[in-house]
Write a protein that binds this ligand. Structure first.
Ligand SMILES: Nc1nc2c(c(=O)[nH]1)N[C@H]1C(S)=C(S)[C@@H](COP(=O)(O)O)O[C@H]1N2
Ligand SMILES: [Mo]
Length: 255
């Protein structure tokens, strides 16, 4: 009797190990299982620690000159959100759009586009690197995220800044992204409302999109509707901190 139970137990452990191997091999169907974040998380922690050794997180991304700007800056991912509420706001040039900043903050707040434009701004010419293999240099202008955070005052328990976007995929899941406080307060982290001295077009993420110059393109959320401060990422989307992260991409996409 006892022997039988032990055999069954061994069998279950072996099956569990086999599933583990499938996950490491990148089995798509299982990628949203609760096991996956753990495995991904440990490898990712390593990447992040190595990255910190090579380039300190507070280091500035390289900035370029006007002459270095790319003749064409590609658009990628969603380029026109399939969202009726967004379409209404866009028709009116986002005059009625308001950015909500809430969650673990002392003073939740709303900012209109004109209010954001009146806050201190930063302009930077930087290179965007997409994981799909293209890069482009452009001049970006926006309000440093730190300016906003200083106004809403994060609570001591807040650890991540989450960006909720207007664009859904075919299954209805909206794009979202998250960053930690090292990146949130980095001087080059902007909520950008202009590219190459023009009002940010819809294809590039109007009315505002994140610029996060030390990481890959997919981190730089376009069509931001709401910013939420949280102490962990488990309850948001698929729980891995971003739309592409929920499909297996790394949360820390340092370059
Ligand atoms: N909301 C939202 N943000 C997004 C995406 C998207 O599909 N939706 N695509 C990401 C990817 S993969 C890249 S490379 C950049 C592309 O920005 P661009 O269209 O201005 O070139 O936006 C990122 N932010
Ligand atoms: Mo990308």
């Amino acid at each position: 009797m006892i022997k039988k139970r032990i055999d069954r137990r061994r069998f279950m452990i072996r099956s569990a190990q086999a599933v583990g191997l499938m996950l490491l091999a990148g089995c798509d169907k299982l990628s949203r299982s609760e096991w996956f974040p753990g495995i991904l998380g440990s490898a990712e922690g390593l990447t992040r620690r190595v990255q910190r050794l090579i380039t300190p997180r507070k280091a500035m991304a390289r900035e370029y000159t006007e002459a270095d700007r790319s003749a064409v800056f590609p658009t990628n991912g969603n380029i026109d959100p399939n969202n009726p509420d967004y379409q209404v706001l866009a028709k009116n040039n986002f005059a009625d759009w308001k950015l909500t900043v809430s969650g673990l903050v002392e003073r939740p707040a709303e900012f209109s586009l004109s209010e954001l434009r009146r806050l201190p701004s930063r302009t930077q010419i930087t290179r965007h690197d997409c994981v799909e293999g293209w890069s482009a240099i452009a001049k970006w202008k926006g309000v440093p995220l730190s300016e906003l955070l200083n106004r809403v005052r994060p609570l001591p328990s807040a650890r991540y800044v989450v960006f909720h976007c207007a664009d859904p995929d075919e299954s209805g899941q909206n794009y979202y992204e998250s960053i930690d406080f090292d990146d949130a307060y980095h001087p080059q982290t902007l909520l950008a409302y202009a590219i190459n001295d023009q009002v940010l077009p819809i294809a590039h993420g109007a009315p505002i999109r994140l610029r996060l110059e030390r990481q890959l393109g997919y981190k730089m959320a376009k069509y931001i509707m709401r910013i939420e401060l949280v102490d962990n990422l488990v309850a948001i989307g698929g729980g891995n901190g971003g739309y592409w992260e929920d499909q297996g991409y790394e949360w820390y996409a340092g370059i």
